[in-house]
Design a binder for this molecule. Structure first.
Ligand SMILES: [Zn+2]
Ligand SMILES: [Zn+2]
Length: 308
C-alpha cells in the first residue's frame, strides 16, 4: 500500500476570513510530511487535524506575499516552544531567511534547532529536494514577485516479486533485492532466468503539482505534463479576467485549460478571491473546460492511492 495525500489547510487569497484560511497544504507521501505554503493560522489547522508539528521537516514557500507565509514565524516559534531539536528546511524563491531572522533578532529568540534555507530558482525548473522515494522539482511561475510551484514525483518503485516463481527456480533470499531492481537470475548451474519470469510490473508512481499564484502560463505545461493531480490557483472567474491579468493571477477557466493541455488526470482549484461567497461559480466554470475538477475545500483530503 502506498499513500500519497494532500490535506487542504486553507484556500483563500489575500486576507483570511472566518471560514477560509490562506493557502496551506500538508502533503503526505508514505507518512513523510511536507508543508506547502504557510498562511496565517496554519499551525491551528494542523492541530485541528491532529498533525504533529515536529514531524514536519520540510516547508515549501511559493513566494513572499503574506497570504503564503504569514503563519511561518508562529509555526517556527511553536516548534521551538515544543522543544524541537531536529533540523527544519525551508525552501523559497525569496529571502525568507531575512524575514525570519529580523523577528528572531528583535525578539531575542534563540532557537534550539537549526533552520536550513534553500533558495529556489524561480526562473528555471530545478530539483530542489530528493530522497529515496520522491523528488521535488520547482515550477517557475509568473507573478508580481518571484514565485515557484513545486512538483512532487514518486520515484520508480521496485518490481513486484512473484513468490511462486521464486520457489520454482529456488532463488536464494539474498538475490531478491537485485531481482526487484530488474536483474535476471543466474542459477548455480549457469542458466539465466529472465527477470520477467520472476517479477511483475512495479506499482504506479504518483505525482502532484502545486501551482501557486501565477498568470496563465503555458510554459509550465511540459514540466507538469501527465501529472496525476494538479492544484492550480483560480483566484477569479472569467468575468474578472482583466483583474486576473493585472494582478498576475488566473481564472478558473485558465486553470482548467492548463489541466487540459498538460493532460493532468485531475484538477483541484483554490486561492479564491473573497468576492465569491459561492465557490460553485468557479467550479462550474472550470468544469466547462476540464470535467474532473474539484474545489480545494478547506479540511478536505485528496488521496491518490493504490493498494495491492
Ligand atoms: Zn496569494
Ligand atoms: Zn501572490
Amino acid at each position: 500500500m502506498t499513500k500519497f495525500s494532500i490535506l487542504i489547510l486553507g484556500n483563500a487569497s489575500a486576507s483570511p476570513t472566518l471560514t477560509r484560511n490562506q493557502t496551506s497544504q500538508l502533503i503526505n507521501v508514505n507518512e513523510q510530511y511536507y508543508l506547502m505554503d504557510c498562511g496565517e493560522g496554519t499551525q491551528l489547522k494542523l492541530r485541528e487535524h491532529k498533525i504533529k508539528l515536529q514531524r514536519i521537516n520540510h516547508i515549501f514557500i511559493s513566494h513572499l506575499h503574506g497570504d503564503h507565509y504569514l503563519g511561518l514565524i508562529g509555526l517556527i516559534q511553536t516548534m521551538h516552544l515544543l522543544g524541537r531539536t531536529s533540523e527544519l528546511t525551508i525552501y523559497c524563491p525569496g529571502n525568507i531567511k531575512e524575514i525570519v531572522n529580523v523577528h528572531l533578532k528583535n525578539s531575542k529568540s534563540h532557537l534550539k534547532y537549526p533552520i536550513i534555507y534553500k533558495e529556489v530558482n524561480a526562473n528555471e525548473s530545478e530539483l530542489v529536494y530528493e530522497n529515496d522515494k520522491i523528488e521535488i522539482i520547482s515550477i517557475p511561475l509568473e507573478h508580481r514577485i518571484a514565485c515557484s510551484g513545486y512538483l512532487f514525483k514518486e520515484k520508480q518503485k521496485p518490481r513486484r516479486i512473484n513468490p511462486k516463481a521464486l520457489k520454482t527456480f529456488e532463488v536464494p533470499k539474498y538475490q531478491i533485492n537485485k531481482i526487484k531492481l530488474g536483474e535476471d537470475y543466474i542459477t548455480e548451474s549457469g542458466e539465466t532466468i529472465k527477470n520477467i519470469r520472476l517479477t511483475t510490473e512495479p506499482l504506479p508512481s504518483f505525482s502532484y503539482a502545486f501551482c501557486s499564484d501565477t498568470k496563465y502560463l503555458e510554459s509550465i505545461i511540459p514540466i507538469i505534463n501527465g501529472v496525476d493531480l494538479l492544484y492550480h490557483e483560480a483566484t477569479f472567474t472569467d468575468e474578472h479576467a482583466d483583474r486576473a491579468k493585472k494582478t498576475y493571477h488566473s481564472t478558473a477557466k485558465q486553470a482548467a485549460e492548463i489541466a487540459l493541455k498538460s493532460e493532468a488526470k485531475k484538477l483541484i482549484i483554490g486561492h479564491f478571491s473573497n468576492r465569491y461567497p459561492d465557490l460553485n461559480v468557479l467550479l462550474s466554470e472550470a468544469k466547462t473546460v476540464f470535467e474532473n475538477t474539484e474545489i480545494a475545500v478547506q479540511g478536505n483530503t485528496f488521496e491518490i492511492s493504490f493498494s495491492e
